[in-house]
Design a protein around this ligand. Structure first.
Ligand code: CA
Length: 454
């Protein structure tokens, strides 16, 4: 693949620079300190009046779906702390989704049909929906990826009965033996996630395969609703579970199992979930889209501040959001993990990030990460291999990093925090495997266990 990722064109830079100058004048008084609460309606409306008439959104309403895991925090905080309202989006509804499948169904029908306009997604769901891979009747419903919501914050939980048998970040010989014994006894090791062919399945597959366990032959992978998985692990019918906080932490807290790995251990600063909307909604409401995105970007900065994380945990723990005890959220937010097998982690760089991590911008949606999710989909035979040959056009259609950049300039984000390339560059996993976005085929070739023949 030749020059998959380029530096931005001079033309786009000039456009952005122009918008930045205009934006900083127009938004004077809005830019300010994102940590200041502006939750009450009166204050929010007052601030919204600072928006110039030409920036006024076409609609003040949007319906955004979320799943009650830490990835959704920027959406909930943008609503609760008044960041949406600050930019004139005074009637945003953040709607809890019963499952990822329900979120997919709801975005298919849109808010006009009682569904949602967009919201929180695992990758590559916006692509799967845009291309009609997972929709009813394979209908193509174009979506735009507008921001990444977070990095890290996920993990792989193992049922307590397997403790001490070598199933850790790197699966030791004892673990390998256990997998093969269970396979021979026709009771394969069962590992679950809440939606197939997206992040959770990719993390568990990557982790297993890196230790020589073939996820398609040596274990049984299946989709199970989160609550049911926990119940099944309690009764001993489920062996492992890949998901986001607070579920892994609860499994340890309730003494149901332990954590084999944090996803931050598998791939430090890895891309996780995304904010994406139906393309028709964005095309019809470009100013409202920018207002939503600005609200989310400010919320991400607020969420990222460790001084705010106790309050963040309190907001999310509420009955109408996650409905969990606040203490199951606080520790992971501070990078403190009790892995449940005697191992503890106390390292802020292992926590979830919303705005910036060690690799730079979190909120900016790197095209190179979308390519990894598509490449991994090819690796496991979820999508045809020739998808990679057309990946550039597909990613250019779905990933609207251009809108992120425009907004960043308009809300006064410094140049240092605005990536200069759509690629984050070479990625490295815990087992030494490297993904060079310029050559996804070389990555596929370097992997021992895969379904695709390259
Ligand atoms: Ca996740």
């Amino acid at each position: 693949m030749v020059q998959f990722f380029n530096q931005f064109s001079r033309r786009r830079f000039l456009l952005t620079a122009g918008a930045s100058a205009a934006g900083s004048l127009l938004l004077k008084g809005c830019v300010g300190n994102p940590t200041q609460p502006s939750g009450n309606a009166t204050q929010a409306q007052q601030v919204a009046t600072n928006i110039s008439p030409e920036q006024a959104p076409e609609t003040t309403t949007a319906k955004l779906g979320y799943i009650p895991i830490v990835e959704s925090a920027p959406l909930i905080v943008a609503k609760e702390k008044g960041f949406f309202a600050k930019y004139g989006m005074t009637n945003v509804e953040v709607a809890k989704q019963a499952s990822w499948g329900a979120a997919r169904d709801n975005v298919e029908i849109g808010s006009a049909g009682g569904g949602i306009d967009g919201g929180q997604w695992q990758m590559p769901m916006p692509y799967q929906i845009s291309e009609g891979w997972i929709t009813k009747g394979n209908q193509k419903i174009p979506m735009y990826v507008l921001a990444q919501l977070n990095t890290q914050g996920n993990g792989i939980a193992i049922a307590g009965k397997h403790k001490g048998q070598g199933i850790g970040l790197k699966i030791a010989q004892g673990g390998e033996t256990l997998f093969s014994q269970l396979k021979q006894a026709d009771t394969k090791f069962k590992a679950a996630y809440t939606f197939p062919q997206a992040n959770q399945e990719f993390w568990i597959r990557y982790w297993l395969a890196s230790s020589g366990i073939d996820p398609d032959n040596d274990v049984q992978l299946l989709t199970v609703p989160a609550a049911q998985t926990v119940a099944n692990m309690k009764t001993g019918t489920m062996d492992a579970f890949s998901t986001g906080d607070p579920w892994p932490y609860r499994i340890v807290k309730d003494n149901i199992g332990y954590m084999a790995a944090l996803t931050a251990e598998i791939w430090k600063n890895h891309p996780e979930e995304y904010f994406a909307m139906r393309a028709d909604w964005v095309d019809k409401n470009p100013k409202a889209t920018k207002a939503l995105l600005k609200g989310i970007m400010e919320a991400q900065q607020w969420c990222d501040n460790f001084d705010n994380r106790q309050e963040l945990a309190q907001i999310l723990s509420q009955r109408n959001f996650f409905n969990v005890p606040v203490d199951v959220l606080v520790n992971p937010f501070m990078g403190k993990y009790d892995m449940g097998d005697g191992r503890t982690i106390d390292d802020r760089t292992m926590a979830t990030f919303y705005w910036k991590d060690e690799r730079g911008s979190v909120s900016y949606p790197y095209k190179s990460h979308d390519l990894w999710f598509l490449t991994e989909s090819v690796r496991w035979g979820f999508i045809p291999e020739d998808t990679l040959a057309n990946a550039k056009a597909l990613i250019d259609r779905v990933n609207r990093e251009d809108l992120w950049r425009e907004n960043a300039s308009e809300i006064g984000i410094t140049d240092a925090d605005i990536p200069t390339n759509t690629s984050r560059g070479v990625e490295e996993f815990f087992d030494g495997i490297k993904f060079d976005p310029e050559n996804p085929t070389a990555y596929l070739r370097s992997l021992k266990i895969k379904k695709v023949k390259v």
